[in-house]
Design a protein around this ligand. Sequence first.
Ligand code: SF4
Length: 191
Amino acid sequence: MFCYQCEQTSKGTGCTSIGVCGKDSSTAALQDLLVHLTKGLAMYAHRARQLDATKGADRSVDVAMIEALFTSVTNVAFDAERVAQVIGRTVEARARARALYEQLCRAAGREPEQLGGAASAQPAIGVQAMARQGEEHSIAALRKRIGEDRAGLHELVVYGSRARPPTLTMLTCLVTTMTGPMRSSTKRSMP
Ligand code: SF4
């Protein structure tokens, strides 16, 4: 695990084997997966609101996003089973946000975007399998993909989003700027 999201972080650089706060590596990986899937939720929620600020808003989606972000804050969730349950609810909320977005596209006579990455990723079955999957979305993995500086900027925005959840919807724009053109001309994804 690697986590440097709070001021308690080990030696001021990062918790690696276990968090100073008590978070274990499985829970850390599950939180990384949860944050990744929450980006997918934001991708649909943001697009739905862009189409119609009123009809594109779904309170249950907003609540799910806040629950997901709050679950990944320091000293909130050390129970891997509970984080796995929140992952399930986040994916359900993402499906609702997607249905709303596609419905608004149809009403506007537009073709919905085919979104990949966090918008289409499915959590594995079982807590341990989810934790292994979460390692693909760890800070270490992100640093390998986009470099330390851009990974650090990415994390900064994520941490800011926890204090101010609507900021997460900005992440799609920021990450696009940071990572350059999308990997596919037909699918859009998050890192
Ligand atoms: S949240 Fe826990 S694991 Fe992460 S930096 Fe803070 S003390 Fe370390």
